[in-house]
Ligand binder design. Structure first.
Ligand SMILES: Nc1nc(=O)c2cc3nc(NCCN4CCCCC4)[nH]c3cc2[nH]1
Ligand SMILES: [Zn+2]
Length: 370
């Protein structure tokens, strides 16, 4: 079995479980740091492992363009190429094409576009998305879907739903790698009827895991939080549920409360590179002069290599001097923060006190979110 998933504890709709994959075991709820171009930016695999990361995310679109999925396959696959021996989930490229490429044209056949790197004409079809991910050798491969912008009108969302169902079927038919599991992606925006229709068709295809796509695309956190509970339960209870591209710490806890098991977001690493650190008292900006003489760690009690070794004053200096170590250290702290948040959530679910845990965190972050 390329994938098993067991729900071990429940607390309301929240669940704590274990996902087993070819490259290892993953405790859920889990946060997956993003490693778009075969690296979690600025961190060595050993730093990522030491932070407790169980699974990372890679991107089909980026790696197919550069260095090329066939080259990665020739070099032994993505795990060996980037020296990461734990699980990898790859996104299918649809979202990245729509957000990065130029001159994108979408038909039922697939998407044609020009590379954001050298402008060369390219095509991404469901079959090609499957082939790329089979070449990369990820443990979990996402189907190719069409993700409309958050404020899209219902007819645009309806087209994206119809096409995503069509493409999921073609991905399933084309998939041959027995040691790789395909997840389907439910679209439908914040239109529950469309979400129900999309989920029904995809659940009937019996994928090993399911994702909610089409969120964190401009609809706004309130609309997403409002839609999550009803959307999450459309996905099979006994299979892993993945909320794509989410999010801030408060969004992760809203997702866990709704019954989501897996998350990914560039926030901890992107904000870390930009001198913003997540803490239990809300985010802090290390470029702020108030940290110039502060001998305290970024977050007291944090076990990460940044907080156990360096002061806020040092981090302030590194960012003022535009030194490479600044982004590395804060990315490390932020990834550690997200992982510890998920570990605490798992613990709270096991203890039947998740809602109190979530309320406590929200109270401490109150008014300081980004
Ligand atoms: N295949 C696929 N389908 C989706 O519907 C999808 C929806 C997504 N929504 C996001 N949101 C990312 C939001 N992110 C927040 C931090 C700053 C950069 C953007 N990433 C996504 C990735 C996605 N991938
Ligand atoms: Zn830390």
């Amino acid at each position: 079995m390329a994938l098993t998933f067991t729900v071990q504890h429940r607390d309301g709709a929240a669940r704590a479980g274990v996902l087993t994959l070819p490259h290892g075991r993953v405790e859920t709820p889990v946060f997956m740091p993003v490693g778009t171009q075969a690296t979690v930016k600025g961190l060595t695999p050993d730093m990522v492992r030491r932070a407790g990361v169980q699974i990372i995310l890679g991107n089909t679109y980026h790696l197919a363009l550069r260095p090329g999925d066939t080259l990665v396959a020739e070099l032994g696959g993505l795990h060996r190429f980037m020296a990461w021996d734990r699980p990898i989930l790859t996104d299918s490229g649809g979202f990245q094409v729509f957000s990065l490429a130029t001159q994108v044209k979408i038909t039922d056949r697939g998407a044609t576009f020009r590379s954001h790197i050298d402008g060369s004409p390219l095509e991404l079809t469901p079959e090609r998305a499957v082939e790329i991910q089979q070449n990369l050798g990820s443990d979990i491969a996402m189907v190719l879907d069409q993700c409309p912008p958050g404020a899209a009108p219902d007819d645009v969302i309806r087209t994206a739903v119809r096409r995503s169902i069509l493409w999921a079927e073609r991905c399933k038919t084309h998939h041959t790698r027995a040691d790789q599991s395909q997840f389907a992606i439910v679209q439908g925006g914040t239109n529950l009827a469309l979400r129900e229709e999309c989920a029904r068709e995809l659940v009937a295809m019996d994928f090993p895991g399911y994702a909610l796509g089409g969120f964190s695309v401009g609809e706004g956190p309130e609309a997403m939080h409002a839609a999550l509970p009803a959307c999450a339960v459309l996905l099979p209870d006994a299979k892993p549920r993945y909320l794509m591209g989410v999010g801030r710490p408060e969004d992760l806890l809203a997702g866990v409360a709704a019954g989501i098991d897996m998350f990914d977001c560039v926030m901890p690493t992107r904000n870390g590179r930009n001198a913003l650190a997540f803490t239990d008292d809300g985010p802090i900006r290390l470029r702020n002069a108030k940290h110039r003489r502060d001998t305290a760690p970024v977050e007291s009690g944090c076990p990460c290599d940044c907080c156990t070794t360096f002061s806020r004053a040092y981090l302030h200096h590194l960012f003022a001097a535009d030194e490479m170590l600044g982004p590395t250290l804060l990315s490390l702290h932020n990834v550690s923060y997200y992982l510890r948040l998920m570990a605490s959530a798992r613990e709270a679910i096991r203890g039947g006190r998740f809602e109190a845990f979530r309320a406590g965190r929200l109270a401490r972050w109150e008014g300081r979110s980004i």
